[in-house]
Design a protein around this ligand. Structure first.
Ligand code: GLY
Length: 418
């Protein structure tokens, strides 16, 4: 099977590593890819241009296209591939609105009876002050558009909430104010094919830039899986109470979901409540989750793309734990510095994201989240130690990372409100 992966981040690099381990996969391609993706032939194609992606898929004879990021999905790249009879893992533009429009997602959840935060859309600065008075503290302010996880501010500081909301409105985007959900967060990724829902292992992201969950939100600084603190049966409960009702509601609306539905949840005293949905694999959780997958990924994604998920045998997972740690460029998430020389990034367990080759062929930083490392081990402590051992071998001037990924879970400091 020839597979084309769309995207250039560590998530797509992790997908390629897992796909390369599937004996049914004979050839891997990526667009645009990155210099670390030695498993694939990379193609410089504009990935939000449906015609260009379809032409590439035809030229290389792709049996499957896997779309990593949300932007091409929201732009309808999967729709055009399907019209050309090319199997694609990723939802239609209509279904991708579950991530592209927070208002759409809230509407689907209300219709499906899924618990989520109380929310209000504000589209004018004149209404902002009164709306903020109806929330907080703590305030949750979201950009109602695609923001790669960075459009969300969660703060006890009303002035900071006001400033973020105003910045979104000034950019021409409505903002969503939400009540704060009090409980530890879980990312549950589900393969979805219409009404068929198959969960992957639950993971937890670390969204703040600084240790101890301090500083601004980022695209994600690290993740771990599985979650030793998650009550037994919670994954089944999330599937039954959240993911299946949403999948059914999408089918009923004529925009059935095909691909990866990412439920971001808080586990509150009331049970699982939805923080957000995404229409694609999450980063950095994917890097950890796929490191424990034993089932053949290529065949599994192909089954979703061809409407056969219900026929796939139960997924098999390796025992133990996996931890992703992200190495970010100096000044990330504000204005990351680019062009710094990277050393030690060719070792196993390193997944590239914001990397490039300079004119002399040297590996340099080219984005905010430069790379991530994945450690696995028989338990969380061992997986953390392995991830930080790999990271010790990587050099990036000004680079920074969190040393506490998975630490609270390892130390038994996470609990679900009773
Ligand atoms: N883990 C955050 C995201 O993928 O949006």
């Amino acid at each position: 099977m020839r597979i084309l992966v769309i995207g250039s981040g560590a998530r797509e690099h992790a997908l390629l590593v897992a796909l390369a381990a599937d004996p049914a996969v004979s050839e891997l391609h990526a667009a645009p890819g990155n210099p670390g993706m030695v498993q694939a032939t990379c193609h410089a194609v504009p990935v939000t241009d449906p015609a260009a992606v379809t032409a590439l898929a035809r030229r290389i004879g792709a049996d499957l296209v896997v779309i990593g990021p949300e932007v091409p999905l929201v732009a309808g790249v999967a729709d055009v591939l399907r019209e050309a009879d090319i199997p694609v893992f990723g939802p239609s533009a209509a279904a991708a609105r579950i991530e592209g429009s927070k208002a759409f997602a809230k509407d689907v959840m209300a219709a499906a009876g899924v618990r989520t935060a109380r929310a209000e859309i504000v589209d004018s600065p004149a209404d902002l002050d009164e709306a903020l008075d109806r929330f907080g503290p703590t305030w949750v302010v979201k950009d109602d558009g695609l923001a790669a996880g960075k459009g969300v501010v969660v703060t006890p500081d009303r002035a900071a909430a006001h400033a973020h909301a105003l910045a979104c409105l000034d950019d021409g985007h409505p903002v969503l104010l939400e009540s704060f959900l009090d409980g530890p967060e879980v990312s549950l990724f589900c393969l979805v094919d219409g009404e068929t829902v198959v969960p992957l292992l639950p993971a937890q992201d670390h969204k703040r830039v600084g240790e101890g969950d301090r500083g601004p939100n980022t695209g994600g600084m690290g993740a771990y899986t599985p979650l030793p603190w998650l009550p037994a049966g919670m994954v089944d409960r999330i599937v039954a109470e959240v993911c299946e009702p949403v999948a059914r509601e999408m089918v009923a609306r004529g925009c059935g979901f095909s691909g990866l539905l990412y439920a971001g949840l808080a586990i509150t005293a009331e049970g699982p409540e939805v923080v957000e949905f995404n229409c694609r694999f999450g980063d950095p959780e994917t890097q950890a989750v796929l490191a424990l997958l034993e089932s053949p990924l290529g065949e599994t994604l192909h089954a979703v793309a061809t409407g056969r998920l219900a026929e796939v045998p139960p997924l098999v997972w390796r025992d133990g734990a996996a931890v992703t740690v992200v190495l970010a460029a100096e000044h990330y998430p504000a204005t990351p510095r680019r062009g710094d020389l990277i050393e030690g990034a060719e070792q196993p367990g390193v997944l590239h994201a914001g990397t490039a080759r300079d004119a002399d062929g040297r590996l340099v930083s080219a984005g905010g989240r430069v790379l991530s490392v994945v450690g696995t081990g028989p338990d969380l402590a061992a997986a953390r130690a392995e991830a930080y051992r790999i990271l010790d071998g990587v050099e990036l001037p000004g680079g920074h990372f969190r040393r506490d990924i998975g630490q609270a879970a390892e130390e038994g400091r996470i609990s679900v409100p009773g």
